[in-house]
Design a protein around this ligand. Structure first.
Ligand code: CDP
Length: 215
């Protein structure tokens, strides 16, 4: 029987360090890394570029209908083009995107489209994917689920150190309280509080837990 692809789900609140950790884990395991948040950010950028108010769900859904998403991979990193356009890191973390992404991500139809793309990554060759609902909704059957947390103070500090203006408290609130796939800790997830851990320590912990479960 064929061995199913390895799928590692990493969830957590904004600026908990999950993205850095997930990237390193993917490289250790030699599978692709995907930031599902990047996908929500890219579509948000597209909505804003059209001059649409993100709170106008009807208009957002019209754009969703005609938008093409192309998922790919380059050097172990999942790539995501919106209508053929790859967005830069600066575009994806623009203040306007930070401020509106949670509103767009709360729309069930938007989630449905992007979750389908996310599953295709995992089913192809395995994936380390990070986000808010990866263990709870996107890949509920994987035994490799992690929830990377950190205190609100540490997370604010980490985001400031990156030099970007980010409304993480507001996003956390919207992400945790929305109806569609809110940020939750999956029952069977391993919780890692990274507040006082180095990136290496978190990576080591996650890799050792994966090894234990694979035996
Ligand atoms: O890097 P950070 O954790 O701050 O954010 P991100 O992963 O880039 O995600 C940006 C936003 O996308 C989140 O605040 C959520 O509103 C949304 N998101 C989501 O709803 N579901 C996911 N699986 C990933 C992100």
């Amino acid at each position: 029987m064929a061995i199913p692809p390895l799928i590692v789900a990493i969830d957590g609140p904004a600026a908990s360090g999950k993205s850095t950790v997930a990237k390193r884990i993917a490289s250790c395991l030699q599978i692709v890394f995907v930031s599902s948040g990047g996908m929500y950010r890219a579509f948000t950028w597209r909505v804003l570029e059209e001059g649409i108010d993100p709170a106008d769900t009807k208009a957002v859904l019209e754009i969703l209908k005609v938008t093409r998403f192309d998922c790919g991979e380059e050097s172990g990193l999942g790539t995501f083009a919106v209508d053929g356009r790859f967005l830069t890191k600066e575009e994806l973390s623009a203040r306007s995107v930070n401020e509106n992404v949670s509103t767009i991500a709360a729309i069930p139809e938007v989630r449905e489209r992007l979750v389908a793309e996310q599953r295709a990554y995992g089913e192809a060759n395995g994936v380390v994917m990070e986000g808010r609902d990866i263990g709870s909704v996107v890949f509920p059957n994987t035994p490799y689920k992690f929830y990377i947390d950190a205190s609100p103070e540490v997370r604010e500090q980490r985001r400031r150190a990156e030099g970007v203006t980010d409304s993480i408290a507001a996003r956390d609130k919207t992400d945790s309280n929305r109806k569609a796939s809110p940020l939750v800790i999956p029952e069977d997830a391993i919780v890692v509080d990274s507040s006082y851990m180095s990136v290496e320590e978190v990576v080591e912990k996650v890799i050792s837990e994966i090894s234990l479960r694979r035996e």
